[in-house]
Design a protein around this ligand. Structure first.
Ligand code: UDP
Length: 240
């Protein structure tokens, strides 16, 4: 593959925790984990520098769990720990496929992963290692979407690829409203003004202030991520 045909050389992929599950009993499905790992192998083999932020929604979300009486900051820390569990599962699948990976966490769990150290993260990327970031931002009341925006800026990614279940950003939830219209391109302001549930407002604002484009795409369609890397217009582009 010619390097010149690659549009994005350094990316940050955000995958929701629910992508690891098949929605049955377990938070993990081997088919889902395998699928994600195979999609990532494709782009690592192109020589693209890849950072991945994994969510935790298949295990728990802090806000929802707090409704059961557990204090919100505690449930948020539980959520962050959940993202580390997810990253370990994905790391194992990637390594089985021969990909060299490193896992860095925003909350220290020294026995299982490196702490997040930006300079070390940059070095891993330069060496061609796929970098998994877990533990979100390390702070309660944030989300892994915001962590994605933050880490993307820190590692100098050219774009955030936001994996979703649908084909991009729609005027309304396309799973509920058949008349919902898909945008090929949309501004950050428009996302915020229309309160579209693509990424949370903190993440969108951070990207807006730093002119970091986001591509929202359907991760379940095989080959989509590679097509984006090679410059095909897939999904919705947020930003310039
Ligand atoms: N979380 C947090 N701070 C962060 C990132 C995540 O407190 O910086 C917690 C929060 O409770 C959240 C949970 O971890 O609900 C799982 O993350 P998220 O909801 O972003 O996962 P996703 O929806 O992407 O699977």
């Amino acid at each position: 593959m010619e390097k010149s045909s690659i549009k994005w050389n350094r990316i940050l992929l955000k995958i929701g925790g629910e992508s690891l599950s098949d929605k049955k009993d377990s938070p993990f499905s081997s088919a889902s984990l395998n699928f994600i790992a195979e999609e990532l192998v494709e782009i690592v083999n192109l020589g693209v520098k890849v950072g991945v932020i994994i969510g935790g929604g298949n295990i728990l979300r802090g806000k929802t769990l707090s409704q059961k009486g557990i204090e919100r900051t505690t449930t948020d820390y539980m959520g962050m720990l959940g993202t580390i569990i997810n990253a370990l599962a994905l790391q194992s699948m990637l390594e089985k496929k021969g990909i060299i990976t490193r896992l860095q966490t925003a909350i220290e769990v020294k026995q299982v992963a490196e702490p997040y150290i930006r300079r070390r993260a940059l070095r891993h990327l330069e060496k061609g290692r796929l970098l998994l970031f877990a533990g979100g931002t390390g702070n309660p009341y944030f989300t892994t979407d915001t962590a994605a925006a933050l880490r993307a800026l820190e590692i100098g990614a050219g774009v955030i690829l936001k994996a979703t279940k649908v084909d991009g950003v729609y005027s309304n939830d396309p799973l509920q409203d058949v008349k919902a219209k898909k945008f090929d391109k949309i501004s950050y302001e428009e996302i915020l003004r229309r309160k579209l549930k693509v990424m949370d407002a903190t993440a969108i604002s951070l990207c807006m202030e730093n002119n970091l484009p986001i591509i929202v795409f359907n991760f379940r369609k095989k080959g989509n991520i590679k097509k984006i890397i090679l410059g095909e217009k897939i999904g919705t582009r947020i930003g310039e």
